[in-house]
Design a protein around this ligand. Structure first.
Ligand code: FES
Ligand SMILES: [Fe+2]
Length: 445
């Protein structure tokens, strides 16, 4: 068992006694009425990620975040703050912007009204022809609350939502040692997937599937149920903390090249120096921590400076309610997010942002899900999954293997033969996610 102090808000994520036992029925994934309830009672009340702060470096830099039929502009202000506005012109409602760019002001393509980046109307044609008075300097785009954490730009449509850091609690506290805002998004893909958005949160809330779906992982990150910590938190978030050392129960055949040997050698440790496999896995993992502690500065791994002994070698896979997952790795943050299709409960988009911490002197980094990449902010690639054919860049990767399962799960949700999940203890967080969702939908949150 990895030992680290539990955050006081932690709930045991392996103990179903913490749950009510709400059923996870198929209609949650297939019903348009359920989808509408999610919009009315949950999506309009939670915090959404619009982008990375690195996209908004200069005043006037903006990103547009489209969500179902809604659209929000987040724009850097002259004073350095970031503001969010609904992406609808105050004249007759036209969409003002899309994508990401930089502007002095937002000019509406319909009648040419010009909105300052502070949201105030600067110019309207025939300003004298408004019987109700000149709108310039008076009208303002409707503003939303906007905040940042972890190098991400967040907004909420709910004026009464908790502050972002309270909403995310205790994640900002738990991950305070990671310099998250320095991570560079070196690979960025958005994928149209024929499954309900909840597939991803369900999937990322358990590691029970990894042996079957990702047989390449246990030699790299220990997937054994008893060596992991399963944690959940009152806000609906959760994480599984797994040691990045070989599993003792899933072994590669003797003599096969082993990823852990490669990692040990990278840090100056001879994998042949251990008398047996168990000692290499367990003592090698401790030796790796010590080697990283001793060598990080001279090797330019400046992001290790404040990490503790767990963080420097391990992998807390973290779900932020309802739809954001961040895999924290010693050298990477991998961000996964699904968002519903505008109308079809059986479709979603899957965002994959592979971020890497810069290492001094390196111009190329490992992206984890898309191989080595140059250390620079990547452009977005948007594809249909197309049963895997649409995303050859990530073929065979963990996330690709997950997506290969997504459509089959969606089909299963339509079956009269499926009624509720029959869960292991280690899948407790799956049901917890649905119970927190129900709390929103049924007025308890
Ligand atoms: S709708 Fe924007 S100027 Fe008319
Ligand atoms: Fe998976």
């Amino acid at each position: 068992m990895t030992q680290a102090p539990r955050h006081p808000l932690t709930i045991d994520g392996r103990d179903p006694a913490s749950l009510r036992g709400d059923p996870i029925t198929g209609d949650r994934y297939t019903s348009a009425a359920f989808m509408q309830k999610e919009w009315d009672h949950m999506w309009t009340r939670i915090w959404h990620v619009a982008g990375r702060t690195a996209e908004l470096e200069e005043p006037g830099d903006y990103v547009v975040h489209d969500f179902r039929h809604e659209s929000v502009i987040c724009v850097r202000q002259d004073d350095g703050a970031i503001k969010a506005f609904y992406n609808a012109c105050g004249h007759r409602g036209m969409r003002l912007a899309d994508g990401a760019s930089s502007v002095r002001s937002f000019k509406c393509p319909y009648h040419g009204w010009r909105w300052g980046r502070d949201g105030v109307l600067e110019h309207a044609q025939d300003a004298h022809d408004f019987p109700q008075g000149n709108p310039c300097g008076k009208l303002k785009l409707k503003e939303l609350r906007c905040a940042t954490w972890g190098g991400f730009v967040w907004y909420t449509m709910d004026d009464n939502a908790p502050e972002l850091l309270d909403y995310l609690a205790p994640m900002p506290d738990i991950y305070k040692n990671y310099p998250m805002d320095t991570a560079v998004r070196v690979f960025w893909m958005k994928i149209n997937l024929n499954t309900n958005w909840k597939f991803a949160t369900d999937n990322f809330s358990e590691s029970y599937h990894t042996r079957t779906a990702h047989p390449q992982v246990p030699p790299w990150i220990d997937q054994d149920v008893d060596t992991a910590r399963h944690e959940m938190y009152p806000g609906g978030h959760g994480r599984t903390v797994q040691p990045m050392r070989p599993s003792l129960s899933d072994r590669l055949p003797d003599g096969a090249p082993h990823p852990f040997d490669f990692i040990l050698r990278q840090w100056g440790i001879d994998p042949e120096s251990y008398p047996d496999y168990e000692t290499k896995a367990m003592q090698g993992w401790l030796d790796l921590k010590a080697a990283k502690r001793a060598l990080w500065r001279e090797r330019g791994y400046v992001h290790y400076e404040h990490m503790d002994d767990e963080e420097i070698t391990d992998s807390p896979h973290t779900v932020i309610f309802p739809n954001v997952t961040i895999s924290f790795l010693p050298d990477n943050l991998v961000f996964f997010r699904t968002e519903p299709h505008p109308d079809d409960p059986g479709k979603c988009t899957f965002d994959l942002w592979c971020m890497a911490f810069p290492v001094e002197g390196r111009t190329e980094v490992e992206s984890i899900m898309a191989g080595p990449q140059p250390l620079r902010e990547a452009e977005m690639i948007w594809r249909d999954f197309d049963n895997g054919a649409g995303v050859p860049e990530i073929e065979g990767q963990i996330v690709y293997q997950d997506m290969m399962l997504a459509e089959g799960m969606q089909r299963g949700m339509h079956s009269r033969g499926y009624g509720d999940a029959y869960l292991t203890g280690q899948e407790t967080r799956v049901r917890y996610f649905h119970e927190v969702l129900n709390d929103y939908l049924e007025g308890r949150r």
